[in-house]
Design a protein around this ligand. Structure first.
Ligand SMILES: [Fe+2]
Length: 234
């Protein structure tokens, strides 16, 4: 589905093998270190919740075409910097089917007003700013979930992005479960984690108003280097 012509990542005139090999090299540089790794960034969940109140009316159903899965989203980035939620909070596969336009995670790189208003995330976003792709807050009600899935590339075996995950308000042990590769993963509320989203993962909330942040970063030698520099244990 992806395949834009981004810096150093043109797919034009290249074989699938060449594209996958380049991506594999970069992806491996990250995940040789582990599958679910804390970075030395923390977001204050209380401050974040306070600052997000400005957007109380702006949350949109998250992938409503999949039925009620108890989630709403607030875009940190979008195609045009708007908070419409379309198409960034929809299934990109279905968006492509409807419009014929293939979009990449990396095209969703325009920061919305959420960036300006929510200073709690600024240090993190600024650090990775040139590489930020489709990114959003997700709020769950009790029973809200992401079913088991892998975050893949539609056209290639290795995606052109990688993922950060942060659990914020009303999360933590016995509140919000992050299940990764068949294991319930212990995590620190507010801590930013880098994880290999090609492995099966799911999220399930036991509480109302559980808040998470998911950030996509364009896979690139510099973004990989930046992430590795900020591993909590080096
Ligand atoms: Fe995912």
């Amino acid at each position: 589905m992806i395949e834009t012509q981004v810096d150093g990542f043109s797919t034009k005139g290249r074989t699938d093998y060449e594209i996958n090999s380049e991506r594999l090299s970069l992806y491996s540089q990250l995940f040789l270190y582990g599958d679910f790794m804390p970075l030395d960034f923390c977001i204050d969940p209380v401050k974040c919740n306070e600052e997000l109140k400005f957007f109380n009316e702006a949350w949109k159903p998250y992938q409503p075409q999949k039925g009620d899965t108890g989630r709403v989203g607030l875009s940190l980035t979008s195609l045009d910097g708007s908070l419409s939620g379309y198409p960034e909070l929809q299934s990109l596969y279905e968006y492509t089917q409807q419009t014929g336009h293939k979009v990449s995670e990396n095209e969703f790189n325009q920061l919305t007003p959420v960036y300006e208003k929510v200073s709690a995330i600024r240090e993190l976003v600024d650090y990775f700013k040139p590489y930020i792709g489709r990114s959003r807050f997700v709020r769950f009600r009790a029973g809200g979930h992401f079913p088991p899935h892998r975050d893949q590339s539609a056209n290639y075996q290795i995606p052109d992005y990688f993922r950060l995950f942060v659990a914020l308000g009303n999360t933590g042990a016995n509140r919000l479960f992050f299940i990764y590769d068949n294991q319930v993963i212990p995590y620190e509320v507010g801590r930013v984690y880098l994880f290999n989203a090609l492995k099966v993962h799911s999220v399930f909330s036991m509480r109302d108003d559980a808040l998470t942040l998911a950030i996509s970063l364009r896979l690139d030698q510099e973004s990989v280097a930046r992430a590795i520099k900020r591993l909590e244990v080096r």
